[in-house]
Design a binder for this molecule. Structure first.
Ligand code: FES
Ligand SMILES: [Fe+2]
Length: 445
């Protein structure tokens, strides 16, 4: 990138001073640059292995702006294929998920097998006078597909580190969600998809570290509980977020905030039987299985920042043990002004059926039923504000908790010893800037 472009981006994403320019959320050129420099280099979440059980099982995903088909192969491996026909580029599969022996392009009928190889097409031999070398015209495969404890990611960049190195310290925290019990996790129910007005980074940075918003944005939940449960007030989140916890960030741009386990042995935010019977079932389940989690992961992670929100850079998010459910999500950018928000429920495979069913009901209350709508209103409102040329000139304040972060011997990564702060958001934009201004895969210092 030319120096003046890099300098201009550095001025806009001034993470060191906690100042981020509104323009990065609305600029078409910056968005295009993200699709090239960011999403073609990062590891991007594609699927949970549990969603692809049999040969031919597939689902549609995205890597930034590129449409991807994720397919279980005959040898049990998983392939990710660019969902763009090699003839004129039409997507060869329009379905969200399913099982297929072949993918037939709806335009002229080129037909690819589950490995993406071009196998046939109407009159292919005669129309090309036998000159088409089908072996050269298969779907483009994503060169790198790797899994971490059930989560499948893809990467286009040969220079990128392995998925495990890319996750870095974040893997330690992800284990609290993915590896509490033998057998790992599975997805419950289908995918919940909504188109959201707003720049994708608004959602990503929020899951990396913005617990602050819950006090105000999700006050409706507290109000609803207050209506039904004596002693619960609309200020519930202010109290909840006052409980002990940590914010974590890594140099790879990942971020998370999680509560420490209460002296009762229950995660602080996992749920409460006074709110709903289902939340009580789930909270009791976590309490009952904490010793097993401690055996597997150690006491720090069984008692540590186990329940909370997090982001794997750039756009894969999770809520772990929050109000009766755990979910994973991805924010698929659709231009600078909107994104698709996909969310799935995730449970321990070994959990009893009644717990899985309770979690399934809980996730439709929170986050899907309430919180995602609350958040979407804000993100859309911001994008509308930024239609104004004066508003676009603003620099936003990301300075909360500056200087509070440091090391903590109990937890890997960079730590803010509070639940609320904007330290992971600053680190998110630090990493974003490195991708956006680097000619090659940006190594971390
Ligand atoms: S675009 Fe796919 S067969 Fe022509
Ligand atoms: Fe929220």
């Amino acid at each position: 990138m030319r120096a003046n472009k890099a300098e201009s981006l550095a001025r806009m994403a001034d993470w060191e001073h906690g100042l981020i320019a509104a323009r990065i959320f609305v600029d078409e050129d910056i968005y295009r640059r993200e699709t090239e420099r960011l999403f073609l280099r990062t590891w991007n979440f594609l699927a949970h292995e549990d969603q692809l059980k049999r040969h031919g099982d597939f689902l549609s995903a995205y890597m930034g702006a590129d449409r991807i088909l994720v397919v279980r192969q005959s040898d049990g491996s998983i392939k990710a294929l660019l969902n763009a026909c090699r003839h004129r580029g039409l997507s060869v599969c329009q379905a969200d998920f399913g099982n297929a022996k072949a993918f037939v392009c709806p335009f002229h009928g080129w037909t690819y097998d589950s490995a993406g190889e071009l196998k046939s097409g109407p009159n292919l031999e005669s129309c090309y006078q036998g000159k088409l070398d089908k072996a050269q015209w298969g779907l483009v495969a994503v060169p790198r597909v790797e899994s971490y404890k059930g989560l499948v990611f893809g990467c286009f960049d040969p220079e990128a580190p392995s998925l495990l190195d890319y996750l870095g310290e974040m893997a330690w925290y992800l284990d609290c969600l993915l590896d509490r019990r033998a057998g790992g996790t599975e997805i419950i129910g289908g995918v919940h998809k909504i188109r959201v007005r707003g720049n994708w980074k608004l959602a990503a940075e929020q899951f990396a570290g913005d617990n602050y918003h819950a006090i105000m944005t999700h006050v409706s939940v507290g109000s609803a509980w207050a209506d039904h449960q004596a002693g619960r007030t609309a200020s519930g989140f202010a109290k909840i977020l006052g409980q002990p916890g940590r914010q974590f960030s890594s140099r790879q741009g990942h971020g998370m905030a999680g509560f420490l386990v209460k002296s009762s042995g229950q995660p602080s935010f996992a749920g409460d039987s006074s709110i709903s019977e289902d939340q009580g079932i789930v909270a009791d389940y976590y309490k009952a299985t904490r010793a097993e989690a401690a055996d597997r992961l150690g006491a720090e992670r069984a008692n540590g920042p186990a329940d909370g929100a997090g982001l794997v850079f750039p756009n894969f998010a999770f809520l772990s043990m929050v109000l009766g459910s755990s979910t994973i999500a991805v924010f698929q950018p659709k231009g600078p002004h909107q994104f698709d928000h996909w969310r799935w429920g995730i449970v321990d495979k070994a959990a009893p059926k009644a717990v899985k069913e309770a979690m399934f009901r809980c996730l439709h209350v929170w986050p899907i039923g309430v919180a995602d709508a609350d958040d979407g209103e804000n993100w859309g409102g911001i994008q509308s504000s930024l239609d104004g040329p004066m508003a676009r000139r603003l620099k936003f304040n990301y300075q909360m908790g500056m200087g509070e972060e440091g090391a903590d011997s109990a937890y890997p990564g960079m730590i803010n010893p509070h639940m609320i702060g904007e330290f992971p958001q600053r680190q998110f934009y630090r990493r974003w800037l490195e991708y956006m201004t680097s000619e090659n895969w940006p190594a971390v210092d």
